[in-house]
Every structure is written in structure tokens, then in C-alpha cells.
Ligand binder design. Structure first.
Ligand code: NAG
Ligand code: NAG
Ligand code: NAG
Length: 372
């Protein structure tokens, strides 16, 4: 009886407290943070980010958004990132990032080569979806273990990723490397890859793993590594993995221009010079930034050969003064002795490759639009 009365008292007290809080909230709602105004600010944040992303990282990083309100958005916590793994029945499964230790319950076979692909780039689901391509990659290349880590399901998550979460995400990916290596995957059989911001997170993860274990992963494939909000966040360096392959794409406001790998491939020479040109078929810089991702996906998903030839510079390539015995193909396999700067010509539309014709400069094949 006594107890029941206490409980009733508590309930009464609770509702009283609730009443007070709600009363306060109602009082507040009159002037400032109503539910509606939060939604309005969030919508404005979204509009600002969609508008600034096509202008490059500087504009995106400096976007005048209300971060306090953005924090209320579901999905921008680093723990809201997702991992995609395959089951033995060829189904793609999405796990929360905190389930890293469970990934070896899925189809990860130490006898196969492994690709850990870090996505930290978002495209609206229109003509071209990064996420859709990665799913296709995972489903077609069953000869590989493919683990996809997605840190940018929407533009708000991308903003928090590039602005605040790079270091913690590098640690998440390093943990994935540790888990699969403990499962029996050889470090030398691992390719860590990523496009844009994802290339830097992948590089950081490979470096964290190297520091922790004094072992290197087999290779890093950095697809147009992002310039980021600050230079310290550009983690792609030659020492990140045994081999570092950089596939350049834009080289002005999105991607790094300078050499950063063992092998640096400049399709169509874009980004090799400060000269502002766009990739074939592209009308915008953001398209040039995406173009290298599309090329790489063509090579991996469709197993199309996209060769590039070693050449001292773009002007040597234009004069066909290259080492034609030293060619590489975009993909996962590179000759051990390959190293330096490589060029090729590619087309505006799929199939993007000119095959071996892309190795010898011809004016009528070279299509590069000037950026305005
Ligand atoms: C109600 O709001 C006022 C001013 O905004 C604040 O000082 C007070 O602590 C609030 N009371 C409760 C119970 O939240
Ligand atoms: C999964 O896909 C692979 C390769 O495409 C195929 O060999 C295998 O039989 C498939 N497994 C199942 C259970 O469908
Ligand atoms: C790789 O090189 C960079 C820049 O030279 C350096 O900051 C970093 O500590 C190096 N990382 C490793 C794992 O050696």
C-alpha cells in the first residue's frame, strides 16, 4: 500500500515535471525554436550544401550552415555510417559501423583478394548514383571479397564527414583491416580504395594499420583524392601502402593535382597542368571529379581494359614520346616495376576506353573541354 502510494506520488511528480517542461517548451515555441523553424533551418542547410558542393571543397567547407540544427539530423553521427558485405547466397547486407567485428560472419574468404572500398562521396539519385554503382560492383565481382564502407549517404553526412569526422572514420576502417587480417586475410592481398574524401580516409586507415602493426597493406587505390577542408586531411602519400595508385580526375577545386602515388595516372592529362580543362563529355568540374570514378568502375565492373602509358609529361604524351613498353591498365593488378606518371585518352561516353588507341595521342581523339 505504502509502495503504491509512493509510486502514485512519483507518477504525479513526473507528470508535474513533464507539465513544467512542456509548459516551458510551449512558452518558448512562441518565440524561437519551434519544430517548424527547425525544419525550415534544416531545409536551408540542405539547400546551401546542395548549392555549394558543385563549387568545390572550399565553398562546401565554408558553407554558412547552422551546424547546431544539423546535429539534430539523423545520420550525421560517425556511428551512423554503414558497412555493406555479401552473404554466401550472394545477397548484399548492410550493417551499422559498430558491427565491425561481425563482418567475418559473412562471405569473406581468405583465399580471395580483398577490396575494402571507402565511399565518402554523395550524388543525388539521378543519372549517376555512386551507391548504386558500388552495389553493382559488389554483386558482379564475386571473385573478390568486397567490403564497402559508406560515410556519405546524403549531403549532410558528407558535410560532417569532410568537416569533422575524417580521423574517427580512418580508425573505423583500420579496425576493419585488423578484423579481416585476424580472420586470415593476408595484408598483401588487401586493396584499400576510395574516391574523393573516401580516398583520404582509405589512406589514413592504411597508415593507422601500418603504425599499429608495422605491416603494409598491398595497395591503396586513390581515385581523385579530395583537396579536403585543410591540407592536413589529405592523407594519400606514397608510404600508405606497398603500392599507391592515384587516378586523377579534376585537379582544381575537387581533386589533388600533384603526384602522390607510386603510380599516378592522368586520364586525358586533366589535372597534370594548372590549365583548366574538363574531362571528355563534362560541362562541370564536379563531372570531371566523378569521371575518374566512372572510369574505374567501368574497369572493375565490366572488366574493360583501360590502358595508360608512362610518359614524362603531358607534352611528351602529345608528341608520342613515351615508353610504350611501360603501360598499365586501370584495375587491381599492376606490374611490380611500374612507377611514375601515366597518361591515356578516353571517350566522353561509355565504353569510355579507346583501348590501345588511347595510348597514342591523336588530335581527333583528344576531347577536352575548357572550364569556364
Ligand atoms: C524554462 O525556461 C526558462 C527560460 O527560458 C529557464 O530559465 C528555465 O530553467 C526553464 N525551466 C525548465 C523547467 O526547463
Ligand atoms: C553466387 O555467385 C557466384 C558467382 O556469380 C556463383 O558461382 C554461386 O553459385 C552463387 N551462389 C549462390 C548460392 O547462388
Ligand atoms: C607517410 O608520409 C607522410 C608525409 O611524408 C608522413 O606524415 C606520415 O607520417 C608517413 N606515414 C607512415 C606510416 O610512415
Amino acid at each position: 500500500m505504502q509502495q503504491q502510494r509512493f509510486l502514485l506520488f512519483c507518477l504525479w511528480l513526473q507528470s508535474f515535471c513533464l507539465y513544467l517542461i512542456c509548459a516551458n517548451a510551449t512558452a518558448k515555441s512562441g518565440d524561437e525554436l519551434t519544430h517548424q523553424s527547425i525544419e525550415a533551418i534544416q531545409k536551408r542547410n540542405l539547400d546551401i550544401l546542395q548549392e555549394t558542393l558543385p563549387l568545390g571543397w572550399k565553398a562546401f567547407c565554408d558553407a554558412p550552415v547552422d551546424e547546431a540544427v544539423m546535429l539534430l539530423h539523423n545520420g550525421i553521427n560517425p556511428c551512423d555510417a554503414a558497412i555493406h558485405v555479401m552473404t554466401v547466397n550472394n545477397r548484399s547486407i548492410e550493417l551499422p559501423i559498430k558491427a565491425i567485428s561481425e563482418i567475418t560472419d559473412f562471405d569473406i574468404n581468405p583465399k580471395r583478394k580483398t577490396l575494402v572500398y571507402v565511399n565518402a562521396y554523395y550524388t543525388p539519385d539521378s543519372y549517376f548514383s555512386v551507391q548504386a554503382h558500388l552495389k553493382l560492383l559488389q554483386e558482379t565481382r564475386r571473385d573478390l571479397n568486397i567490403i564497402i564502407v559508406d560515410f556519405a549517404r546524403d549531403v549532410l553526412q558528407l558535410y560532417y564527414t569532410v568537416r569533422h569526422h575524417v580521423a574517427v572514420q580512418g580508425h573505423f576502417v583500420a579496425k576493419i583491416l585488423n578484423v579481416i587480417i585476424q580472420h586470415g586475410v593476408a595484408p598483401a592481398d588487401i586493396t584499400v580504395a576510395g574516391h574523393s574524401v573516401g580516398a583520404n580516409i582509405a589512406a589514413l586507415a592504411a597508415q593507422i594499420y601500418a603504425r599499429q602493426t608495422a605491416k603494409l597493406t598491398g595497395q591503396l587505390i586513390a581515385i581523385d583524392p579530395a583537396l579536403m577542408c585543410q591540407p592536413a586531411d589529405i592523407y594519400v602519400h606514397r608510404n600508405s601502402s606497398s603500392r599507391v595508385v592515384v587516378i586523377h580526375g579534376e585537379g582544381d577545386v575537387f581533386g589533388v593535382r600533384e603526384r602522390r602515388g607510386t603510380i599516378d595516372i592522368y586520364p586525358n592529362g586533366i589535372g597534370f597542368f594548372p590549365r583548366r580543362k574538363l574531362q571528355p563529355g563534362c560541362g562541370t568540374k564536379i563531372c570531371s571529379h566523378m569521371y575518374s570514378f566512372v572510369l574505374y568502375m567501368e574497369a572493375l565492373i565490366e572488366s574493360v581494359m583501360i590502358p595508360a602509358v608512362k610518359c614524362d609529361s603531358w607534352s611528351h604524351f602529345r608528341k608520342r614520346q613515351c615508353d610504350f613498353k611501360d603501360a598499365v591498365a586501370l584495375g587491381l593488378k599492376y606490374p611490380d616495376k611500374a612507377g611514375g606518371v601515366y597518361f591515356c585518352l578516353t571517350q566522353p561516353n561509355p565504353p569510355f576506353t579507346f583501348m590501345e588507341h588511347g595510348l597514342r595521342y591523336q588530335r581527333n581523339l583528344a576531347y577536352a573541354a575548357k572550364a569556364n
